[in-house]
Design a protein around this ligand. Structure first.
Ligand SMILES: CC(C)[C@H](C(=O)O)[C@@H](O)C(=O)O
Ligand code: SF4
Length: 475
């Protein structure tokens, strides 16, 4: 009898084309996603060497990081010269090398990690890579998905393989049920609060437990998206009926008999009873509260009911980091998190730019107005998410509340395009990184769920979303 395997072991074993004695492997890659920031040199490398893209039909390119999100967008309004050059280079490279491409003029354009699943490129059991750390998102399908560097992008383009060593197995279990007002974003932030940003280093995480099973595909993508912020190589969730249901009928998913054949394999993609995990972390779903980050690292997470912590409450080297974070964020020790005033709200990104995220925020905003002087924007994760939200009347709820309704892109998740914080501005953001200057020079970021972002937009300060929910919603 073969030894019990984890889900990660199974996908890994199915893709190893060659293994060296030291454990270095050549891994076959099923899907290669490409965006404008990390691909120009890679394509240039191929061109110089006179090489082709090995599997253009498995390569999917879309501009997202640098594109402006205002309605007047044309390459001329791209913020800086470097950004414009990157988007134009992707246009040219995608055409020249014949890869699948969604230019800004295509309604399917959007953030690469939203477009891949939406179009059915991401499927269970696959290996998925992209020159982008948040490739972990695709792990929600039970795919082994992770970021790669620019030189690796060139390698994958040329050979459809990647040189890799296997990571260790880690299990993150969320038991029981979530309470009302608590979302996938709160789970994933709470996990990083528990493990720290280095807790997953050297591991691939499998998320499991009742609270994970209960999540929709979109919620699962939010959870896996931030695996990388916890230091892990990748995060994944075993596929189940929720997954198969989501995948079925997507433009690039298998059809008919091929779908049935694929389904037979997908159903074997779970961790065997008794398989070994090198590290296990367990959280109780009922104990997770709506959370926010107070500092400049995704691990600086606290329940919304907490206060700004004293630096001395941290251990070792983290005392100085906490002091610096409190100073950078302009906070006072002991200040209630709900007393922190917000001037900007950003709803979007590959963490929380999908239709369910927009619905969750709109449910809070319906019939309300954002606080006077607040700058609030919604940036749908793809043109299709935008169209769907317009059809459902959600876009109108945002507009009536006072939000700007934008076109798809990474936008204010990172300051690579015109959507940026000014010095000292403070943003409640549904994105995944709160590093110094991440959303603009000297801008300040508090990471939250879409519902919590909407609540802050209404009240003007960090707010427990449950206070804005009706009694039936919190029952
Ligand atoms: C620009 C890109 C390489 C980067 C990443 O790898 O994650 C970006 O997407 C980010 O979120 O910081
Ligand atoms: S939305 Fe943000 S985190 Fe996601 S790929 Fe774009 S920049 Fe990176």
């Amino acid at each position: 009898m073969t030894a019990p395997k984890t889900l990660y072991d199974k996908i890994w074993d199915a893709h190893v084309a060659h293994e060296q004695e030291d454990g270095t492997c050549l891994l076959y890659i099923d899907r290669h996603l490409v965006h404008e920031v990390t691909s120009p040199q890679a394509f240039e490398g191929l061109r110089m060497a006179g090489r082709k893209v090995r599997a253009p039909e498995k390569t999917i390119a879309v501009p997202d990081h640098n594109v402006p999100t205002t309605l007047d967008r044309v390459s001329g309004v791209i913020a800086n010269e470097e950004s414009r050059i990157q988007v134009e280079a992707l246009d040219k490279n995608a055409k020249e090398f014949g890869v699948n491409y969604y230019p800004v003029s295509d309604v399917r354009q959007g953030i690469v990690h939203i477009v891949g699943p939406e179009q059915g490129w991401t499927l269970p059991g696959m290996t998925v890579v992209c020159g982008d750390s948040h490739t972990a998102t695709h792990g929600a399908f039970g795919a082994l998905a992770h970021g790669i560097g620019t030189s690796e992008v060139e390698h994958v383009l040329a050979t459809q393989t990647l040189i890799q060593k296997k990571s260790k197995n880690m299990k993150v279990e969320i038991t029981g049920k979530l309470r009302p007002g608590v979302t996938a974003k709160d789970i994933t932030l709470a996990v990083i609060g528990e493990t720290g940003t280095a807790g997953g280093t050297g591991y691939v995480i499998e998320y499991c437990g009742e609270a994970i099973r209960d999540l929709s595909m979109e919620g699962r993508m939010t959870v896996c998206n931030m695996a990388i912020e916890g230091g892990a190589r990748a995060g994944l969730i075993a596929p189940d009926e929720t997954t198969f249901e989501y995948v079925k009928g997507r433009p690039h998913a298998p059809k008919g008999a091929q779908f049935e054949a694929a389904l037979n394999w997908w159903k074997t993609l779970y961790t065997d009873e008794g398989a070994h995990f090198d590290k296990v972390v367990t959280l109780k779903g009922e104990e997770i509260e709506p959370v926010v980050t107070w500092g400049t690292s995704p691990e600086d997470v606290l329940p919304i009911s907490a206060v700004v912590p004293a630096p001395e409450s941290f251990k070792g080297g983290k005392v100085d980091a906490a002091k610096r974070a409190i100073e950078y964020m302009g906070l006072e020790v002991g200040q209630k998190l709900t007393d922190i005033q917000i001037d900007t709200v950003f709803i979007g990104s590959c963490t929380n730019g999908r239709i369910e995220d927009l619905r969750a925020a709109a449910a809070i905003l319906k019939g309300k107005k954002i606080k006077d002087g607040m700058r609030a924007m919604v940036v749908p994760g793809s043109g299709l998410v935008r169209a769907q939200a317009e059809e459902e009347g959600i876009a109108q709820i945002f507009i009536d509340a006072g939000f700007e309704w934008r076109l798809a892109g990474c936008s204010m998740c990172l300051a690579m395009n015109p959507d940026q914080l000014s010095e000292g501005e403070r943003c409640a953001s549904t994105s995944n990184r709160n590093f110094e200057g991440r959303q603009g020079y000297k801008g300040r970021t508090h990471l939250v769920s879409p519902a919590m972002a909407a609540a802050a937009a209404v009240t003007g300060h960090l707010t427990d979303v449950r206070e804005l929910m009706t009694e039936t919603e919190t029952a």
